[in-house]
Design a protein around this ligand. Structure first.
Ligand code: SAM
Length: 273
């Protein structure tokens, strides 16, 4: 195994005090990091897109797992520490300075890739919606292994009928499989965030016929926009939606959170016809 200095030393030597504005909470426990790097499965020789490597803790675990890593980081202060990793793993790491929200990931990677990221809450959720919401399916990414606040992770994997079930769960469930892969205690981070975290692992599945991501999103937006109301009320503003419920035999007195992902897909399919 490549001998590397402890992460605390790297952080101190490069003056990487955690920036709140950039949502920086670093993971320093190398055993935990290698368990996270194992979640996507065997990475030997595989292309991995890591967003937000920071001082490179997760990056070194991915490199040790044999991945070919492209790491996108917007904090320039982290670049010298990442350059050391590039030197320690020749030809295995490419560091890209920039904002992952503005970069075209498929163009950057040019081949199928697994995504691994420990990101700030707002960036993580926005990218999640982008990765799962595209019209092109299957996507170029082969899996997503993403750290979220535990509450957000639970919304992603929520089952119908629960209060956490909403747009994120439908988005995650209609053409992919999302599972809670690992809970991570707040004390594992430096500095520790206020809340617990959890890692979600997502793999693409077959896309149902006759439904576009946009139509489904319009249905869930309307339905969950007024989640306490009956569907006949919440879907009123979406032309044809209440009629679609009748066509499908879905009681219009039900509320959004009682509909399965398959029922949402069915409504979107009728609307698309
Ligand atoms: N991966 C490291 C770890 O696990 O210790 C750092 C995690 S820290 C929670 C999030 C990292 O994402 C920071 O290094 C931050 O600078 C970076 N970051 C935040 N927003 C970003 C963006 N839009 N694009 C790229 N990197 C971003």
């Amino acid at each position: 195994m490549t001998d590397l200095p402890p992460l605390r030393e790297v952080i101190a030597r490069h003056g990487l005090t955690a920036s709140k504005a950039l949502g920086q909470n670093f993971l320093l426990d190398e055993q935990l990091l290698s368990r996270i790097a194992a979640l996507p499965g065997n990475l030997t020789g595989k292309a991995v897109l890591e967003i937000g490597p920071g001082p490179g803790g997760l990056t070194r675990a991915l490199l040790r797992a044999g991945a070919r890593v492209t790491a996108v980081e917007m904090d320039r202060r982290c670049l010298p520490a990442l350059a050391e990793l590039e030197a320690a793993f020749p030809g295995q790491l490419r560091v890209v300075e920039g904002d992952a929200m503005k970069i075209g990931h498929d163009d950057l990677m040019g081949e199928p890739y697994a995504v691994v990221a420990n990101l700030p809450y707002n960036v993580g959720t926005a990218l999640f919606v982008r990765w799962l919401g595209g019209e092109h399916w299957p996507p170029r990414w082969t899996s997503l292994t993403l750290m979220f606040q535990q509450e957000v992770a639970q919304r992603i994997v929520a089952a119908p009928g629960s209060s956490a079930y909403g747009r994120l769960a439908v988005l995650a469930g209609w053409r992919s499989a999302a599972a809670l892969a690992m809970k991570v205690h707040r004390s594992a981070f430096t500095p520790p965030p206020k809340v617990m975290s959890a890692i979600v692992h997502v793999t693409p599945a077959a896309m149902p016929d006759g439904v576009s991501a946009r139509t489904l999103e319009r249905v869930t937006e309307a339905a969950f926009g007024q989640r306490r109301k009956m569907l006949r009320q919440s879907l009123k503003g979406l032309p044809g939606a209440v009629e679609a419920l009748e066509t499908l035999g879905i009681e219009p007195t039900r509320r959004a959170e009682t509909l399965s992902v398959a029922e949402f897909v069915a409504v979107a399919r009728v609307l698309a016809d």
